[in-house]
Design a protein around this ligand. Sequence first.
Ligand code: PLP
Length: 435
Amino acid sequence: MSQPLDAYWMPFTANRQFKKSPRILAKASGMHFWTDDGRQILDTIAGLWCVNAGHARPKIVQAIAEQAAQLDYAPPFQMAHPKAFALAERVAALTPAELNKVFFTNSGSESVDTALKIALAYHRVRGEGHRTRLIGRERGYHGVNFGGISVGGMVANRKMFGAMLAGVDHIRHTHDPARNSYTVGQPEHGAEFADDLERLCALHDPSTIAAVIVEPVAGSTGVLIPPKGYLNRLREICDRHGILLIFDEVITGFGRTGQPFAAQTFGVTPDMILMAKGLTNGCVPMGAVAVRQSIHDAFMTGPEHLIEFFHGYTYSSHPLACAAGLATLETYADEGLLTRAQQLQGYFAEALHSLRGLPNVIDIRNIGLVGGVELAPLPGEPAKRAFNVFLDCYDKGVLIRTTGDTLAFSPPLIIERAQIDQLIDTVRGAIGRAA
Ligand code: PLP
């Protein structure tokens, strides 16, 4: 790579390591990237858990190009364009039936903050403004804005940034390797971790709590699958105390667990589902929050000429994003991608769990088309062993992702069995070499 690399401060990247040995992607199609020197790389993480239909899908590419030529931008405040309504209808048709109002954002982080603000404002408009407390979960990842890092539970994402939002607390995480290691699908043990919410209710009084936010499957802290009955129990406790339940489905949305949303896979309906990534197949930044009708309706009071909810972004419902979103959802529907993980999950799980017994593999977790393989850290050097495996796989033509010492896989939903084999064979070799 001959161009200067100095000016670009890369996000969530080991900048000095990267710039010594850059990994530059120049092209993508279907299941693959190509590097700037022409090497083909199998994408086993759907870009960053977003390219669920695979790369450069013609319908989506064409929709974006046509939209840019026809209506490049339309102000979303007091104005709109047809595709914003059309996409909201399409999204509402995929979410659980009660969640039928859709607010657009530009990212997962913005969707998180939007959902938290809706929760606080909802309680206030209905005379419960004393519900100001927000509850997240240890090991949660909810993006990087101040709301998201406050309710999130990843130490490295929080410790540098001061006091964050006031009035936030956390329930404990559900990771319990002593009882649940090497579980295929949902772990048997741990529904009772949800009772930790009762502890916080007793501590703060439930009348002070506005909402609880969790990822149905935690991705960024190492693929943590909810124990059987856990999400149901969280729902029951929230109902008992008038607390809103928010699912962050930024990675689980759009087919990752075998249904359009994990809420459907696990049979638990929250009060809001927030999403991003797969909404536009990663092509144009976009997020959204799907909200229960009753929450939306609580805002629809007062004089009709006045704004009901003081929130929104210059690029909310951007025409290019809406065009990409509509073409994406059509592609998913045309190819049955939102349920395809059901057909592949058995094969994927078996392949993944065949890595059990390799040196330093200490746990394997999976659901739908998401999998995690946890490695024992190198003594005194956390995250390095997994990073070495990542570099080795990339060298051998396979892009994986790591979080701490966990290898994470979340391939495009178009992946074929032979590509699952290629992934597992490559990872097997790399784990061996990292021993
Ligand atoms: N929430 C979850 C569960 C995520 O996994 C992510 C990103 O990976 C986000 C929120 C933040 O999304 P974004 O990076 O689009 O802001």
